[in-house]
Design a protein around this ligand. Structure first.
Ligand code: G3I
Length: 356
């Protein structure tokens, strides 16, 4: 269920002010401040519009002034700071400094937090991947990890990505340490542990990419959630990462249909776009930036129009720190702000969609 919190304020805002200024520092006519993406998202009935932040950006004051501008971003997700290799670098030795560096300022600034992630196949410490633990031992290690991290961040997170990317594109389980040693029951175990130790209000999410269409992977996730329901395993939401490419991105209808796999009866979960970005093949041209804007717009609109889609998080907002060029050489410019900190057409497209 979603609530509109700013309707009173914005209902009295003249239409000419509802669209953000295209030039200058975000100020509209008559000295009024144009509403930002989070303002507009809330007005449209979403809980937040948010961004991921990486620890490498924390010494950049210009970057931080945008990240902590609550008009644009009402929610923050650490893109690395809460991952296993940083949080538990040695067995039962916990170090929250990188996670805290993102979570604490966001909390102080009144921004919601999505916490990311308890269990993933990637960014695991060597002590975990280079030892052959028994099944019993690995389950203990998993519970101890979730217990400590969940307790440290108790009530700090609107949601936790409990398990991240457990499926292959064909709908089979991803072969990794967890599957090899524990078997597929590592997934329900992680959710049970999470429910036991996170705050009562915190939502538990399964998070993945490539599920933004009805396909083998999204259907496999749906079947897993159905099994959870049958067996009383706690889960509240499914996160659609939404790492898209111009020319190959899911359409508005694709997204609506895949969201419905989870939001309709009998599952009735909430969903969110958790890591939205739209890469283009470099060099960027005006035409490609326009196509990118259309993908961003259609994605945000799909969430806005789906009653149970609670919000949108972009996987960083500034091109120079995006993960894309490292992973996909030749691709990039995936974010809403360019390297000169100028808002791109995608920013204004999202604002337009949210204002409509
Ligand atoms: O910490 C080291 C640092 O010590 C070193 O100086 C630096 C040099 O390159 O590398 C740093 O580690 C990097 C780390 O990000 C922190 O910035 C790794 O090399 C780099 O591989 C790592 O990339 C992250 C990636 O996950 C790992 O797979 C990205 O920043 C992060 O955005 C990305 O996020 C994932 C989500 O968690 C799950 N969904 C997909 C998404 C994109 O891949």
């Amino acid at each position: 269920m979603r609530f509109t919190t700013l309707s009173v304020v914005l209902a009295t805002t003249p239409l000419s002010l509802a669209a953000p200024a295209r030039n200058g520092g975000g100020h509209g006519h008559h000295g009024h401040k144009a509403p930002g993406l989070d303002d507009l998202a809330k007005e449209a009935g979403l809980l937040y519009f948010g961004t991921a932040i990486d620890n490498i950006s924390l010494n950049n004051t210009k970057y931080l002034s945008i990240a902590h501008n609550t008009s644009d971003f009402g929610q923050i997700t650490p893109s690395n700071g809460q991952k296993w290799m940083y949080i538990e670098p040695a067995r039962n030795v916990f170090n929250y400094s990188m996670g805290d560096a993102i979570i604490k300022p966001a909390k102080k600034n009144g921004q919601m937090r999505r916490c990311h992630t308890f269990l993933w196949h990637n960014q695991l410490p060597d002590w975990l991947t280079k030892t052959n633990y028994t099944k019993t031992e690995l389950i203990k290690i998993l519970e101890n990890h979730i217990k400590n991290e969940a307790t440290h961040y108790k009530n700090d997170c609107y949601a936790w990505d409990v398990v991240n990317e457990a499926f292959n594109d064909d709908g089979t389980y991803r072969k990794d340490l967890w599957l090899d040693t524990i078997g597929p029951e590592y997934i329900p175990l992680a959710f049970k542990f999470a429910r036991k130790y996170v705050g009562r209000e915190t939502k538990l999410y399964y998070n993945d990419y490539g599920i933004e269409r009805v396909n083998n992977k999204s259907l496999a996730v749906q079947a897993m959630v159905q099994k959870f329901l049958n067996e009383d395993i706690p889960i509240d939401g499914v996160g659609f990462q939404a790492h898209f490419t111009v020319g190959r991105a899911p359409t508005y209808d694709d997204l609506r249909n895949s969201m419905k796999l989870f939001t309709t009866k009998p599952l009735e979960l909430e969903v969110a776009l958790t890591e939205l970005d739209v890469r283009i093949q470099l060099p960027g041209t005006e035409e490609k930036l326009k196509a990118q804007a259309d993908v961003y717009g259609a994605s945000v609109k799909a969430c806005m129009d789906e009653e149970e889609c609670v919000g949108v998080t972009v996987w960083d907002f500034w091109d120079p720190v995006s993960w894309v060029p490292d992973t996909f050489p030749g691709y990039g410019d995936a974010c809403l702000w360019d390297k000169e900190y100028k808002r791109k057409p995608a920013y204004f497209k999202i604002a337009e969609v949210l204002s409509a």
